[in-house]
Design a protein around this ligand. Structure first.
Ligand code: SF4
Ligand code: SF4
Length: 410
């Protein structure tokens, strides 16, 4: 992998070894708080190696099925007789994605797939006058309230951390690597969580369930653009981002929104893993949150429900390991890592996304009654084995048939 200095770098670029040393000194304490373990051979990830990007240029990944997977979401849905993959299932999934698709396709002539392979270019000019911020905590509370007013379910703030930024983004015209261009001076990241619909997630695997994913991308793009516009009107710079530009998971963990789980997702106390994340990079003064580990990671140590349920066996059963052997795994971070080739191969074979590992996770609950709250209390305590036993006894993780979901409209 090429050695690239991520966006926002100072002009005098030290070597990768020099940067690793700087990062160790700068982040050791914060990483320890967040439960992030970075090794000496850490390297920022280049987006060219992301599985969804490899599906376009890497002949070991690209196939008729992977092309049909992407086309099926936008160009030619391919209904089947199987329940959950019929025309109305695909119609709902593709409709759920529609707003996100409008934004992500408008910059294609410039090679920018906004929200996925380039930041979102929206928000208008930065107002020439900055508002005065006398009380940082009050101002931070106000920004979080406004994020929720626009529709965010969770909001946290952390510092700009160049390690998690893609060393290069890709130009989607020819899948070449190009610089990630962010303005100088961005110092904070506002991370927003967007809860996915519980009842749709219960129908994974199905194309119908993919509507839960598409809906949140369409929601989050609107929320990101609205909050970016608000901040820019206050006189500060802000850049909106979904899956592009930087890895959101370490940012969400650092911003105190949840813990990293065996299923590769952030497990939140409010929605478990049933949540997507977006982010906004800004130079606006704003107070930072701290990581808040509650015990989900310890629960994952005694649980393998996601790995057991994964059809292609793409998730690990053992303890976290330092990644980097797999091209699509960031090098030098000790964590649970999926075999992305197996995972995406299953998606392509189905023609739609999978999140069985989200559905079966004991933390995936509606949290609308005392039983779910009691589960959470036990799961976060030394009685976690009891919580797991209780979950195993229940029917919570069972798949809901798509026809049952549609039947709810009768
Ligand atoms: S998304 Fe599906 S295939 Fe991928 S790791 Fe989860 S269960 Fe396995
Ligand atoms: S299913 Fe179990 S092991 Fe997997 S993420 Fe959820 S709690 Fe962790």
């Amino acid at each position: 992998m090429n050695e690239h200095w991520p966006a926002n770098h100072p002009p005098e670029t030290p070597s990768l070894e020099g940067r690793r040393k700087l990062w160790r000194e700068k982040y050791a304490q914060k990483d320890a708080e967040a439960g992030i373990e970075v090794d000496d051979d850490f390297e920022p990830f280049s987006q060219i190696n992301d599985m969804f990007t490899r599906a376009f240029w890497d002949d070991t990944i690209r196939s008729k099925k992977t092309d049909a997977f992407f086309n099926g979401h936008r160009v030619a849905a391919n209904p089947r007789k199987a329940e959950g993959f019929r025309q109305r299932d695909l119609a709902l999934r593709n409709a759920a994605w529609a707003v996100s698709n409008v934004i992500s396709s408008r910059g294609m002539s410039e090679g920018k797939r906004e929200g996925f392979q380039a930041p979102i270019e929206e928000g208008g000019p930065v107002a020439p006058e900055k508002i005065e911020i006398d009380d940082l905590d009050r101002h931070t509370g106000e920004i979080k309230r406004i994020a929720k007013l626009f529709g965010a379910d969770l909001v946290g703030v952390t510092d700009y951390d160049e390690r998690w930024h893609y060393s290069k983004r890709v130009d989607t015209r020819d899948f070449s690597e190009v610089d990630s261009e962010l303005p100088e001076g961005l110092s904070s990241v506002i991370v927003m969580g967007h809860a996915m619909d519980h009842d749709l997630v219960a129908t994974y695997p199905s194309a119908l369930a993919g509507a839960a994913t598409g809906m949140e991308y369409s929601h989050e793009v609107a929320i990101v653009v609205q909050l970016v516009t608000y901040i820019r009107n206050l006189g500060y710079n802000a850049v909106g981002s979904m899956n592009d530009t930087a890895l959101v998971i370490p940012y969400a963990v650092k911003a105190g929104l949840g813990e990293y789980g065996r299923n590769q997702m952030v497990i939140t106390p409010e929605f478990g893993p049933r949540v997507r994340f977006s982010k906004i990079f800004t130079d606006m003064p704003i107070a930072h949150d701290r990581p808040q580990p509650k015990g989900a990671r310890a629960f994952c140590d005694i649980c393998t429900k996601c790995a057991d349920a994964c059809p292609p066996k793409a998730l690990p059963f053992g303890p976290p390991e330092s990644g980097g052997e797999n091209q699509s795994t960031i090098r030098g971070v000790k964590k649970w890592s999926a075999n992305c080739e197996k995972c995406f191969g299953y998606w392509a074979a189905m023609g739609t996304d999978c999140a069985i590992c989200m559905r079966v996770c004991p933390f995936n609950r509606p949290y609308d009654g005392w039983k779910d709250q009691l589960f959470l209390k036990l799961a976060y305590s030394r009685f976690r084995k009891l919580a797991l036993w209780w979950d195993n006894k229940s029917s919570r993780a069972e798949r809901v048939k798509p026809k049952v979901w549609w039947g709810n409209f009768k």
